[in-house]
Design a protein around this ligand. Structure first.
Ligand SMILES: [Zn+2]
Length: 136
């Protein structure tokens, strides 16, 4: 009771026109998928993902092996970074659901188009501001 009372007078206008549990479900599913993918290129260290530093075997007699190792590490790292960005976006979106700011453009404070949220549930800006960089 107290909680809903507080929300009613909260300055932040939480979206009441969209089904939060629907987006929460999609985001959680996506988070799980990314978690599985990140496991293939990284390690979770106390809740934080870190790129797996594949040890480059400098004692390998064949220099081609060393080159292969370095190449594998670099592509692993690139994949990891890409997945990590997506992972963080999903985590941020879930936090916004928790804070009641989900579906609200971070630039203009306007509601984000439902179609945009359906296409990208982690969207944090409306269509008009999708290319606006936000200082984190
Ligand atoms: Zn906007």
């Amino acid at each position: 009771m107290l909680r809903s009372f507080k929300n009613l007078f909260s300055k932040k206008q939480a979206r009441l026109d969209i089904d939060m549990s629907h987006f929460k479900k999609i985001l959680k599913k996506e988070l799980k998928r990314l978690d599985t993918e990140l496991k293939t290129v990284g390690d979770k260290d106390g809740g934080n993902w870190e790129s797996r530093a594949t040890d480059v075997d400098v004692l390998a007699s064949d220099s081609a092996d060393i080159a292969d190792n370095i190449e594998n590490y670099e592509s692993n790292d690139a994949v990891f970074k890409q997945l990590k960005i997506q992972y963080d976006e999903i985590v941020n979106a879930l936090n916004r659901i928790k804070n009641g700011t989900y579906g609200i453009c971070e630039v203009s404070g306007e509601p984000i188009e439902v179609g945009r949220l359906e296409a990208n549930p982690a969207a944090h800006t409306c269509m008009a501001h999708k290319n606006t960089k936000i200082q984190q």
